[in-house]
Structures are given as structure tokens and as C-alpha cells.
Write a protein that binds this ligand. Structure first.
Ligand code: ADP
Length: 317
């Protein structure tokens, strides 16, 4: 079969969780269209509750979609379920390592589940690649959280899938291990594996992903190359504590200044258009003496919301 253009293709995907005794029905996905190009490191970014895990769980077969079409590596998850599942490895959000197996046994069992013949298993190679070679015979319950997570990554790769999905891969992973994990992910990508990762940290998506889709409230509100997306998120804020309290925010043309509760003065600027120096010059020119200052990145929550409103506005145009 020819290689597909898209590792994953979702069209008109809906998911409604039925009402329970404690909660009303929940529309977790509301018409998601998403094309994940083959060969990319693709970030699915969105706040908690956006629908990221629901999307991933539909791909892995843990959750049934309500409606819509999904293809994994060109294979329809309804009509070619087995082939579709064989094409992805999923590293789940929760660590579910079997405490009674050693990491090596754990990989062998997983390979068995996927029907990988013994001669084609790569358990030792995977353990080495993830820095677990010296733990191959330890009990899983003796591993640290970061090691368990890396074991989950190894497990997801036993059947050598062309697509690897990581759901919040670095939650609870310390800086050093995170770097190791990323190196491995990047190396896999170099070898041709398409990587999809979900995160609610822009920084993580920014550093790793070539393409980012932003999901909010069950909808894709942006999907574009990382650099293009970052240009749209380029606003920053300078926050100044004045020497003496200000009665009101001064006019700082061309900047917009707001007085915050507590007396700090917040000034937004576009990094493409101005620098901190220019903002400070405007503050000083307005006669404000600066006691202290800091800069702030945009609050992602605000960005998600503003993009969602943008979408709603276009939808009604
Ligand atoms: P994310 O991964 O982006 O944090 P989720 O896909 O976990 O988002 O959740 C999307 C929405 O669906 C949330 O409002 C969540 O409470 C709801 N949800 C998720 N799983 C279930 C479930 N099994 N039953 C009912 N509601 C659920």
C-alpha cells in the first residue's frame, strides 16, 4: 500500500458522553476535523477538559465515537479496526505498569499481545533506547515514576507502529528525564515515526512540535505550523510597580496601559512591533517612577478563549 499523506485523519468527529446520575450528558468533541501529516511531530494543545484525551482514546479504541470518520495510517477505525490499531502505539496519561513483571517481561508480554513473533521482538533494544537497560530485571514496582513512564513508551513501540501517540507525556517527569524522553521521541521521528503529543503547556508543544492544533471545548480552533501560530501568540505584558501609587492608568501611546488591583501598571505589547525598552521609555515619559518590573507571557487560557471566539465569529459571518 502507498504511504498515506496523513498519519491520522478525523472528519466530523463527535463524542457525547451520556448523562450519569451525577452529571448531565457532555459533548466532549463537537465536529473535529483534523489532518495530521505523515512524518510530523504534531502537538494537540488545549486546556484541561478540551477533549484531547477523548480524541486519543477514540484513536486507541478505548472510547467509542458518537459519529464521524477516523482513519489511522489510511485505515478506517470502523471497517479496518485491527489494521488501524496496529498502526499506532499509545502512551496513556496514567501509568499502568504491572507491578509483578520486570520491564523486560512487560515488553515481551505486550509484544505477545500484538502478535509480534519472538524472533522480531526488540525488548532489549527498546530498554536500552529508553535508558532502562540496567533495570531490565528489576520489578516494575521498584522503578521511579519517570522510569515507569519510559517503560510505557517502550511498551507502546513493541509492534513498531508508524505512529506514536503520547498523552501528556511529561506530567510528573523531571527535567533530565524529560530531555531524555524528548531525545528519544525526536530520534524516532527522524526514523520516520509520526509523533502526536497532547499537552496543556504551550512551551512543550513549541519546543517539540512542527505543527500545533489548538483544541478548546471540543473544537479545533487553530491548526498551523508552530512558527505561524507563535506569531499569532506574540503578545507580552510588562508589569511595572510604581514608586508612588497612581490614581489612574496614564496614557502611553501607542501602548495600552491598565492599572491592576494592588496598584501595578500592566502594559501589553506585540513582540513583533516593540520591545520592553520602548514600553519602559513610554512609562518613564509619562512621569512614572519605576520601583520594580517584570514581564509576563500571555495567559494561554486567554489565548484559547480568544481563538474560540474568533472561530465562533467566523462561523456566524
Ligand atoms: P482533556 O484531555 O483535554 O483534558 P478530556 O477529553 O479528558 O479533555 O475531557 C473532555 C470533556 O469530557 C471534559 O468535560 C470531561 O469532563 C468529559 N469527560 C471525559 N471523559 C468522560 C467520561 N468517561 N464520562 C463523562 N465525561 C467525560
Amino acid at each position: 500500500m502507498d504511504l498515506p499523506d496523513y498519519a491520522i485523519e478525523a472528519t466530523g468527529l463527535f463524542k457525547t458522553y451520556p448523562a450519569s446520575k451525577t452529571a448531565p450528558a457532555m459533548d466532549a468533541l463537537k465536529g473535529v476535523d483534523l489532518k495530521i501529516p505523515r512524518g510530523s511531530i504534531f502537538g494537540l494543545l488545549g486546556p484541561n477538559g478540551a477533549g484531547k484525551s477523548t480524541f486519543i482514546n477514540i484513536l486507541s479504541g478505548l472510547t467509542k465515537k458518537t459519529r464521524g470518520q477516523v482513519k489511522i495510517w489510511g485505515r478506517d477505525i470502523d471497517t479496518q479496526a485491527r489494521d488501524a490499531r496496529a498502526a499506532i502505539g499509545v502512551v496513556p496519561q496514567e501509568i499502568a505498569a504491572d507491578p509483578f513483571f520486570t520491564p523486560r517481561e512487560s515488553l515481551e508480554v505486550q509484544a505477545g499481545l500484538y502478535g509480534v513473533p519472538a524472533a522480531e521482538r526488540r525488548s532489549d533494544q527498546l530498554l536500552a533506547a529508553l535508558g532502562l537497560a540496567d533495570k531490565s530485571k528489576a520489578y516494575v514496582r521498584q522503578l521511579s515514576g519517570g522510569m515507569k513512564r519510559r517503560l510505557m513508551v517502550a511498551k507502546a513501540m513493541v509492534h513498531n507502529p508508524p505512529v506514536l501517540i503520547l498523552d501528556e507525556p511529561t506530567a510528573g517527569v523531571d527535567v533530565e528525564l524529560r530531555r531524555q524522553l524528548w531525545n528519544y521521541v525526536v530520534e524516532l521521528n527522524r526514523q520516520g515515526v509520526t509523533i502526536v503529543l497532547t499537552t496543556h503547556y504551550l512551551e512543550e508543544a513549541e519546543q517539540l512540535c512542527d505543527t500545533i492544533a489548538i483544541v478548546n471545548r471540543g473544537q479545533v480552533v487553530a491548526c498551523e505550523p508552530t512558527s505561524q501560530l507563535l506569531r499569532r501568540l506574540d503578545s507580552r505584558t510588562v508589569v511595572v510597580t510604581p514608586e508612588t501609587p497612581l490614581a489612574e492608568a496614564p496614557s502611553l501611546k501607542p501602548f495600552e496601559a491598565r492599572l491592576r488591583p494592588g496598584g501595578d501598571l500592566a502594559v501589553d505589547f506585540k513582540t513583533a512591533e516593540a520591545g520592553v525598552e520602548q514600553v519602559l521609555a513610554a512609562v518613564r515619559a509619562a512621569g512614572v517612577h519605576i520601583k520594580d518590573l517584570r514581564t509576563e507571557d500571555p495567559d494561554l487560557e486567554d489565548v484559547f478563549v480568544s481563538m474560540t471566539y474568533g472561530l465562533e465569529a467566523t462561523a456566524t459571518d
